[in-house]
Design a protein around this ligand. Sequence first.
Ligand code: FES
Length: 260
Amino acid sequence: MKKAVKDFLLVKNTQLNHDNFRLDLRSEEPLPEILPGQFVNVEIKKSTEIFLRRPFSVLDIDYKTNTISLLVKILGRGSKVLTTYKAGDKVSMIYPLGKSFTEPEKDDKVLLIGGGSGVAPMLFLAKICGLKPEQVHVLLGARSKADHVDVSEYLPFGQYYFTTEDGSLGEKGFVTHHPVFKEKLGEFDKVYTCGPDAMMKSIAGKAKDSNVFCEVSLENMMACGFGVCLCCVEKTKGKGNVCICTEGPVFNIKELKWQV
Ligand code: FES
């Protein structure tokens, strides 16, 4: 798909919790189809010290208003500066980048597992995968209740489960401790996940043992976003070292050289 570099107008910046913000960015032109797992690379112009663009997964798209919504979690200086942008600011983005998750079959029962900023593509996938809500199970993990973002807008699209490390919401522990994962993994046709590496590796290991289809969206460091700087390389079985920004960020776990 052809990439574009365009200025978007920030129409709304909503603080969701202490370190997560939703940015709604409007284009003057119609948007191409953008699918869950794909990302945009955002220029942070307001800081003279930040030269590299920052990648963000897409949380939602509204084709009627040509709006892309991003979930921006403060992870460093770049994301922090971006969260200070105000409605009316211009934001340059390169889009759409990367490859999306495999579309589920119409009778699939799927488990979507998100942690950290990896929640964004899971919510987007739940919303547009085209399955009935009873086929879509979404498991979200965070440190505490305060670290979870409000997902009420996405509740109509699936069954939701939560974990927290301190037990303040849902099951206490990591996502892999939740019964829907621990005891029911084999009931799912497909597992999709995005979040911290350790979380995804643990999920991938169990999915492999249970022989369940599993795709992960990697969050390796990125700069250019389109295969030039080589800072996002990942080892794969079939293709050797690949740039995840062009060959991924979504991979089937069978393609990766993870020790799972
Ligand atoms: S981010 Fe530059 S090659 Fe992937």
